[in-house]
Design a binder for this molecule. Structure first.
Ligand SMILES: [Mg+2]
Length: 358
């Protein structure tokens, strides 16, 4: 298996571009122009030139995000192969566009790899990125490859579209709106903590859903598109740091507070089992640091049923877990006895992290 040092940058790039190009046309949404076409909403010029030329559709806003994964900071190579790493890189960015209610369209990839890295690993990384993007309607239109001496990293810049003025924000929540979340918050954090605490034993089939939530999260773009069609979302954020932290962030941006009803949270026996194995309180896993890439939204009261029905049609777990309140900056938890206390705050701060891995 040749390494980057053996084939050189030009040949490595050629192989990466060849991989990306093969899928480029197929991922352009039906009705849109293909490369070089003069119609709107198209990749006018894709990877291979000095820069890509993109043409947003008329009446749309361009929505942009970027995120990087750094070896030993965001992932452990022993737990994540190249293709899974690529899928994860795509998902963390897709998740940010989902949180804006934006349809993903175009991506730029930047990779920092050691010269001893096998070229096939890079091709697998790129394939992982491209396939995850393609599933949500986006394509790679360019990239950059650079040699590093230390930790490897990969970075994605993702562009998407919303109808003009229709992008969701964190600041639109109003008192009385429902708070709803997809999936099972806390599972990714539980998976990473199991892997760190148990090592190989965390690969047992029992823990697989948690390890997968950590290593192979899926994007909630289809759910976001379905909710956008209902027109009831008033604010949104993706759970990338943890349920409590991201909810507090959305409330803060909106100048509101929240009360979460413990009884409405999805039952998660496996998370409780993980908490026992780790010797921590279940709520520490459920609300604490966890990059789940689930969608956390507030809904105008009248739109609740339609949004829950839309999620159900997709087969995505999604439901109301609380309500927005006027008590600015205050996030409460109401337990099964009706007692209310402040929600244990968590969330991940990259510069204050106790653990090097998330
Ligand atoms: Mg985000």
């Amino acid at each position: 298996m040749p390494t980057l040092r053996e084939v050189g940058e030009i040949e490595a790039l050629r192989r990466l571009i060849a991989g990306g190009r093969a899928r480029e046309g197929s991922a352009v949404p039906a009705g849109d122009a293909r490369a070089g076409d003069a119609a709107e909403g198209a990749v006018v010029l894709g990877a291979g030139d000095d820069a890509a030329v993109l043409r947003p559709r008329d009446g749309h806003d361009l929505v942009a995000t970027t995120d990087a994964l750094v070896e030993n900071v965001h992932y452990l190579s022993d737990w994540l192969g190249a293709e899974a790493l690529g899928a994860r890189l795509a998902t963390v960015n897709l998740s940010d566009l989902a949180a804006m209610g934006a349809a993903p369209r175009w991506a730029l990839v930047s990779i920092g790899a050691r010269p001893e890295r096998e070229v096939d690993d890079l091709v697998a990384l790129e394939r992982g990125i491209a396939e995850a993007l393609e599933a949500d309607g986006a394509v790679i239109v360019g990239g950059n490859l650079t040699a590093v001496a230390g930790a490897e990293w990969s970075s994605l810049t993702l562009l998407g579209e919303t109808r003009r003025g229709a992008a969701w924000t964190r600041h639109g929540a109003r008192a009385g709106d429902w708070i709803a979340v997809s999936g099972f918050p806390g599972r990714a954090g539980a998976g990473s903590r199991l892997a760190l605490a148990m090592g190989e034993a965390a690969r047992a089939p029992l823990w697989r859903p948690l390890i997968q939530a950590w290593g192979a999260p899926r994007s909630q773009v289809p759910l976001a598109m379905a909710l956008a069609a209902e027109g009831a979302v008033t604010a949104a954020i993706d759970v990338s740091d943890g349920f409590a932290g991201d909810l507090a962030r959305m409330c803060e941006a909106s100048g509101m507070g929240a009360t979460i009803d413990e009884e409405l949270l999805p039952e998660d026996r496996l998370l409780e089992q993980a908490a026992r194995a780790l010797g921590v309180a279940p709520e520490e896993l459920r609300f604490g640091p966890s990059d789940d890439y689930e969608l956390l939204v507030t809904l105008a009261a009248a739109g609740r049923d339609a949004c829950e029905a839309a999620a159900e049609r997709l087969g995505v777990p999604f439901g109301v877990v609380g309500v927005v309140t006027e008590t600015r900056g205050r996030v409460d938890l109401r337990d099964s006895r009706g007692e209310v206390r402040p929600m244990p705050r968590g969330g991940y701060d990259h510069f204050r992290a106790a653990s090097p891995i998330r």
